[in-house]
Design a protein around this ligand. Structure first.
Ligand SMILES: [Zn+2]
Length: 199
């Protein structure tokens, strides 16, 4: 096979046997005590096992003792709830860190009025994040404007937490400008939304 440029290493889901780009699968490693650890960012050392980012595959992998097989019987039993919680936590942390980067590089706008105005410029923004505790009427207004511009909308975190991440007081709306960072954030937000749907 001819290696294409930028081609990702391929890995196989231990549950459904699907082969995919490594970064499309979730990596798991064993902690020193045999605990199964989620390694969402593929950064932990040691042998890894991979699954799809889906509850179904996690359940299947546990049920069929595929983690035991991958780690030569060294893995402690894990529950799907624990693994899903770990995954959710790391996904959220990833979004938070990307938001921090977007802030530092001036790739976002915040504040409901600013965002409402800015969103009227076509093609400028790629993603709109609303806090989970945004007031219903403002949330509706922003969602309508975003829909008109084909900007996807995601609800996450509370306005206090979003404000904290951006070094500001509470913020219930964040619009991210079109670009590589927005693309990266969009992928993680879609994964988060998918996880919430599954649960
Ligand atoms: Zn799978």
């Amino acid at each position: 096979m001819i290696a294409r440029q930028g081609r990702q290493p391929q890995r196989t889901c231990i549950a459904c046997r699907r082969t995919a780009d490594q970064n499309k699968l979730v990596r798991f490693v064993l902690g020193p005590d045999g605990t199964l650890l989620v390694d969402y960012r593929h950064k932990l050392p040691g042998r890894g096992a991979y699954t799809c980012l889906s509850r179904e595959c996690l359940e299947k992998a546990i049920e069929k003792r595929q983690f035991q097989r991958s780690f030569q019987g060294q893995a402690e039993a894990a529950s799907v709830e624990t693994l899903m919680a770990g995954l959710h936590e790391q996904l959220l942390a990833r979004v938070e860190s990307l938001l921090g980067m977007a802030r530092k590089s001036g790739q976002l706008e915040t504040g409901t009025n600013t965002v409402l105005d800015s969103l009227k410029k076509k093609g400028k923004f790629a993603v709109l994040i609303l806090s989970e505790d945004i007031s219903e009427s403002i949330g509706k207004k922003l969602t309508t404007v975003a829909a008109r511009q084909d900007v996807p909308v995601f609800n996450m975190l509370g306005k206090n937490r979003i404000g904290q991440l951006l070094g500001k007081s509470e913020r219930s709306a964040v619009a991210i400008k079109v670009g590589a960072l927005a693309d990266a954030i969009l992928i993680e937000l879609q994964r988060l939304a998918e996880m919430v749907r599954e649960n």
